[in-house]
Design a protein around this ligand. Sequence first.
Ligand code: HEM
Length: 401
Amino acid sequence: MTTAPVRLPEHLIHPFAPAGRPDPYPAYRWLRANDPVHHDTASGFWLVTGHADCATVLRDPRLSAARGQRERAREDALPPSMLTTDPPDHHRLRAPGALLLGPAAVRSVADGIAADTDALLDRLAAAPGRPDAVADIGRPLATAVFARLFGLPDGELTRFETLARAASANLDPMAPPARAALGRTAATALGRYLDAHTVRLTAQGADVPLAALAADTRLTRPEMLGILNLAVVGGWQPLAEFVGNALHSLLPDRAAVRRLAAADDDLARLAVDELLRLEAPIPFTARVATAPVPLTGGTLPAGARVLAVIAAANRDPDVFEDPDTLRLDRHPNPHLAFGGGPHFCLAAQLVRQAGALLLPRLVRRFPALRGPDGPAAWDLTLVPRRLRAYPVDLCPAGEAR
Ligand code: HEM
């Protein structure tokens, strides 16, 4: 006997429909409660929305990231990377990746990122008008972080940013074919740029994390370039977009803004995790089931194309009290915004560090910082979840600068 496919009730908008972009959370809530392992006939994907089941999807070896990412059909032209391989090959690629993104690398760039953040805030204070949190804060922060990791000269930043933005189209598993093709072309151009840049860096004997990775003999050159490409495609835009998403959650809550302004490093890091939980820049990620996988909410059949819906898991009331509410000091906070299992974001510490350097400094410098009135303009792109723009008022009329 076949069972009829479960459908969302009519009053809910499908989370992948353009009209669902501003607030996909009611649909996710319904799915989590009523059909937590849901076959979405529109996209063909199985949507897994509960926290425990999502964590299983990310960790269980029967769910292949290599196939999940490859079946997005646009990675084939790109060099292999740790996200497109399963263990044991995956571990061989990931271990050297720590030279670029591990704790020692993060420590080596932290002071530089703090200085870049201060310079960014100085520029904001000096510029007239309302800056856009996405274009004028998030993107320059992300570019500054990569400049430190990769040793990019100032004169190259615009070129790097243009390439990184264009190649980021590869993040979205549902990008229309024409956009995906442009993303592939851009990723090839980015690969050529990174190759030439690495040659220059090595010749100069530069002391930056990228030079350490390039000197490591465990990787072939295409493998090393694959890691760089993945870092830029998987990291630049999510980091850039995180800033707008975070301010959108934070600024309406003035008590939280004041608390963050007074935060020490520990609270600042908790706050970054909580802001990532509420509006995860990577709301879901793809896998393919290589065998039937029983989950608490239902069974995934062999061959199923699966999305671990991080954005839904991050608001699961079985795990998070008041899941839709910002609690700056939430602890523990087992959110899945950085994924989980073998592919857990290799740059999680870097992102926490960069966020904890930027956000408290921003609200200390501009304590009256306000977001726009009215509904936010969410972009149609599904991955990353991003605001098209988020103009902020650094110092609303009547408040001292
Ligand atoms: C707010 C910013 C970021 C978020 C939310 C984020 C999120 C994620 C997630 C969810 C995954 C797992 C994907 C999967 O399992 O399919 C991942 C993997 C990864 N991320 Fe991030 N990321 C961010 C920034 C970065 C940055 C800045 C970099 C590099 C500089 C980076 C490098 C990586 C790498 C290399 C992997 C693959 C790890 C592996 O396959 O073993 N990420 N990230």
